[in-house]
Design a protein around this ligand. Structure first.
Ligand SMILES: Nc1ncnc2c1ncn2[C@@H]1O[C@H](COP(=O)(O)OP(=O)(O)O)[C@@H](O)[C@H]1O
Ligand SMILES: [Mg+2]
Length: 251
């Protein structure tokens, strides 16, 4: 098997917040690697520090100690595509306006950036909705805009923070299928955060199971299941039961 070069390497990353009267330890000594074009899932209970970790990876916050290397160099702020827990779309901008935003900020020519944006709008199944405003879209459609926008940032690394957490189960299953289809068509390194065991197993090449706060890596699972996966497959359920036995998640 080919050895993938490491895209991201964290060594002993910790985060402590100093509040007026106490220290809040959020991340405890995290060391792991993320491989090029891997779909990595971070699975952990609520409030364990998942969003803080993604914000640190996105360079929106600084770790208290430890190092992070991105194939040797740290990306500039805005170099990573991020999909947030809540939609975080610009409400006054159309679908096209939202998706083309990062390229517009980089000063890319209008025709070039809109052609690119159109490709990703098509890829997430929103052809025909280019001129719609976010408020005219369903939750699932808004989250697709977020994914298209992250893809259109042309970043090699996407960070997705519980992107389907607010969706109803039916839409969520659909979106899980779609993100995999999009990723298989257009491989990128994805770091996907969830508190849902089935979602983690359905999506991940690899799962890092995090403890409750302060987040530590409890266990790593290399998910050796063919795609497309099935929630009811015997091997899937065996993985699920093993993770559930090891987890701090409320199930
Ligand atoms: N700026 C901050 N100051 C103090 N505590 C914080 C700050 N940001 C986050 N925290 C704490 O870090 C913990 C983890 O938060 P978060 O990463 O949002 O959890 P989740 O795993 O649900 O995404 C929470 O207990 C939160 O209160
Ligand atoms: Mg969070």
């Amino acid at each position: 098997m080919a050895v993938l070069k490491n895209k991201i390497e964290l060594k002993n990353v910790s985060k402590v917040y100093e509040t007026r009267d106490k220290q809040v330890e959020v991340l405890n000594n995290l060391s792991f690697e993320v491989h090029e074009n891997e779909f990595l899932v971070l699975l952990g209970p609520g409030r364990c520090g998942k969003t803080v970790l993604l914000n640190i990876l996105a360079n929106l916050e600084k770790q208290t100690s430890g190092t992070i290397e991105f194939a040797g160099r740290r990306p500039k702020m805005g170099d990573l595509g991020m999909v947030f827990q809540k939609y975080a779309l610009f409400p006054w901008k159309t679908v096209m306006g939202n998706v083309e935003m990062s390229q517009k900020l980089k000063g890319v020519d209008k025709k070039v950036r809109q052609e690119k944006a159109q490709e990703y709008i098509n890829l997430v199944g929103l052809k025909g909705f280019e001129n719609s405003l976010p408020k005219q879209l369903s939750g699932g459609m808004k989250q697709r805009v977020g994914i298209a926008r992250a893809y259109a940032s042309e970043s090699d690394i996407l960070l997705l923070d519980e992107p389907f957490g607010a969706l109803d189960a039916q839409t969520r299953y659909q979106m899980e299928d779609e993100i995999i289809k999009i990723w298989e068509k257009n491989k990128k390194t994805i770091i996907f955060v969830t508190n849902n065991v089935e979602e983690a197993l359905y999506l991940g090449d690899r799962i890092l199971l995090l403890s409750s706060r302060p987040a530590e890596i409890k266990k790593e699972y290399v998910v050796d299941l063919p795609r497309p996966r099935s929630y009811t497959d015997k091997a899937f359920l065996e993985y699920r039961n093993e993770i559930v036995d090891n987890t701090d998640l409320d199930i």
